[in-house]
Write a protein that binds this ligand. Structure first.
Ligand code: NDP
Length: 303
C-alpha cells in the first residue's frame, strides 16, 4: 500500500521523476496507485504515483498546491469529480459532456480536466462482450455518480435504447430529460421508446429485460458481503449481457445470478482498467501497457 499524503504532508513529497497521483476522500481503497505503478515500471518510465486524501473544504487550496508541486497529472475519485471541474483552467470535451473530471493534465501550470470514465466503460463493454455500446439496448440500474456518467456516455454514443432505473426516481427523471435530445432521431425505434424511465419495481424491470441486450448495475448494491443480488436470477434471461460495475468481490451476487440464468456477465475491473489506461495515455502520450496494468489489478483483488 502506498503512503497516503494529505494537504499538510504534501510538502514532504520529493519526487524522483514525474509525479502523478489520485485525489479523493477517502482514497485508501483506490487501486489506481497499483495499476499506474505497474504501467510505469513496464515501460521503464521514471515516475511516481501517490494517493492524496483531501477533505472537500481543502480541495481548492490543495489543487493549487499540486499544480505548483508540480504534479504532471492526477486522477480524481469520490467525492471531488464535480467540484474539480470548476477548479481546472480548461475542460476537455469529455469532461464538458460527462459533467465531472476524473483526470487532470498539468500543462505547465495550466490544468486541463478530462473524464475517461465513460470511454473506459465503452472499451470495457467491447472487451468483455465484443459489442459496441452504440448498437445496444441498455438498462442501467443506479443514477449516482457512476450511473449518470454511464447513462450520458450511452447517450453520447447514441445507443439503440436506454432504460434508466433508480431507487430515487426523481433523480433519474431529471437525468432522462437532459438526455432526451440524444434520442430524438429515428433509429430502429421511435424516440419515445428509445429513452425510458422505469420505476424500481421487479415486475416492471423484468418486463423491460425482454427488450434489453446489456444490463448494467451502477448501484452500490453488492459492495457489502451481506447484500443480496440487485436483481434475482429468476428475472434475468439467457440473452442478456450483465455488467456489474462492482469488482470486489469478483463474482458479485448479480454475476452469480446471471450465471444461474445462463446470461454472460463481467465485473467492473475492466472499466477501472480502461479509464486508467486512457488517463495514462493523456499524461504520457504512449499506449498504456494493458496487460501489466490488468495483472496488477487482478493480483490486488485476488482474481
Ligand atoms: P453513488 O453513491 O453516487 O450512487 C449510489 C447509487 O446506488 C445510487 O443510484 C443509489 O440510489 C443506489 N443505491 C444505493 N443503495 C441502494 C439500495 N439499497 N437500493 C437501491 N438503490 C440503491 O455511488 P457511485 O455512483 O459513485 O458508485 C456506484 C457503484 O459504481 C459502486 O458500486 C461503485 O463501486 C461502482 N463504481 C465502479 C467503478 C469502476 O471503475 N468499476 C467506478 C465508479 C464506481 P439513490 O439515488 O436512490 O440513492
Amino acid at each position: 500500500m502506498s503512503k497516503i499524503f494529505t494537504p499538510e504532508s504534501l510538502g514532504e513529497l520529493h519526487a524522483d521523476g514525474k509525479l502523478f497521483g489520485v485525489i479523493g476522500f477517502p482514497v485508501q481503497h483506490s487501486l489506481s496507485p497499483i495499476m499506474h505503478a505497474a504501467a510505469f515500471e513496464k515501460l521503464g518510465l521514471k515516475a511516481q504515483y501517490v494517493p492524496v486524501e483531501i477533505p472537500p473544504e481543502k480541495l481548492r487550496e490543495t489543487v493549487a498546491l499540486m499544480a505548483k508541486k508540480p504534479f504532471a497529472g492526477w486522477n480524481c475519485t469520490l467525492p471531488h469529480k464535480i467540484e474539480l471541474a470548476k477548479l481546472v483552467d480548461e475542460l476537455a470535451e469529455s469532461a464538458q459532456k460527462l459533467g465531472g473530471v476524473n483526470t487532470v493534465l498539468n500543462d505547465n501550470g495550466r490544468l486541463v480536466g478530462f473524464n475517461t470514465d465513460g470511454e473506459g466503460w465503452v472499451r470495457a463493454i467491447r472487451e468483455e462482450f465484443s459489442l459496441d455500446v452504440r448498437d445496444l439496448r441498455i438498462l442501467i440500474l443506479g443514477a449516482g455518480g457512476a450511473g449518470q456518467a454511464l447513462a450520458k456516455q450511452a447517450a453520447l454514443e447514441r445507443c439503440e435504447k436506454l432504460v434508466l432505473v433508480n431507487r430515487t426516481e426523481e433523480k433519474v427523471r431529471e437525468l432522462a430529460s437532459s438526455l432526451a435530445p440524444y434520442f430524438d432521431t429515428q433509429k430502429l425505434m421511435g424516440a419515445d421508446a428509445r429513452l425510458k424511465v422505469v420505476p424500481w419495481d421487479e415486475t416492471l424491470i423484468a418486463k423491460e429485460l425482454d427488450q434489453i441486450d446489456l444490463l448494467v448495475n451502477a448501484t452500490s448494491i453488492g459492495l457489502k458481503a451481506s447484500d443480496a443480488a440487485v436483481l434475482p436470477a429468476r428475472i434475468l434471461q439467457p440473452h442478456l449481457c450483465v455488467y456489474d460495475t462492482i469488482y470486489r468481490p469478483a463474482k458479485t451476487r448479480l454475476l452469480a445470478a446471471a450465471e444461474e440464468a445462463g446470461a454472460r456477465g463481467a465485473n467492473g475491473l475492466s472499466m477501472l482498467l480502461h479509464q486508467g489506461a486512457l488517463s495514462f495515455e493523456i499524461w504520457t502520450g504512449q499506449s498504456a501497457p494493458l496487460m501489466a496494468m490488468r495483472q496488477a489489478l487482478k493480483k490486488a483483488v485476488n482474481i
